[in-house]
Write a new protein. Structure first.
Length: 128
């Protein structure tokens, strides 16, 4: 998220908002924010939303996600919202929404999706 310049702007149990400013570095050839950046902030918002409901000794990994790109991502910034739909002992399901925000107020839903995450112990072996 640091590489993209995305930032968490709101965090509550089961819900996280992440904002990504529109810049040339995250845009595609037509000037829209790239679907990869859009998907990345959606995935992270859902992952962090799930993490807010887990014990402190746990982490989260995405098992799968499906995202629909509904409109060109054109605005001053994108706001991704991850919301937990069902938190389980092993698997958690989240809704992901991404809005393009223009002129500080005009919000357009540009992507939505759903993801499944798995809870892992923080002491689990990591890839090298």
């Amino acid at each position: 998220m640091t590489h993209l310049g995305a930032q968490i702007t709101s965090m509550a149990p089961g819900c996280v908002h992440i904002v990504l400013a529109a810049r040339k570095e995250v845009s595609q050839q037509h000037g829209y924010i790239h679907a990869g950046a859009t998907s990345a902030i959606a995935d992270s918002a859902g992952g962090y939303a799930a993490l807010t409901l887990f014990p402190e000794d746990c982490e989260v990994l995405t098992v799968e996600f499906k995202i629909n790109l509904l409109a060109p991502a054109l605005g001053d910034h994108l706001e991704a919202i991850g919301t937990v739909l069902k938190s389980g002992r092993t698997l958690t399901v989240c809704r992901m929404e991404v809005y393009a925000v223009r002129d500080g107020a005009v919000r357009t839903l540009v992507a939505n999706g759903q993801q499944t995450l798995i809870r892992v112990n923080a002491s689990a072996p990591r890839a090298s």
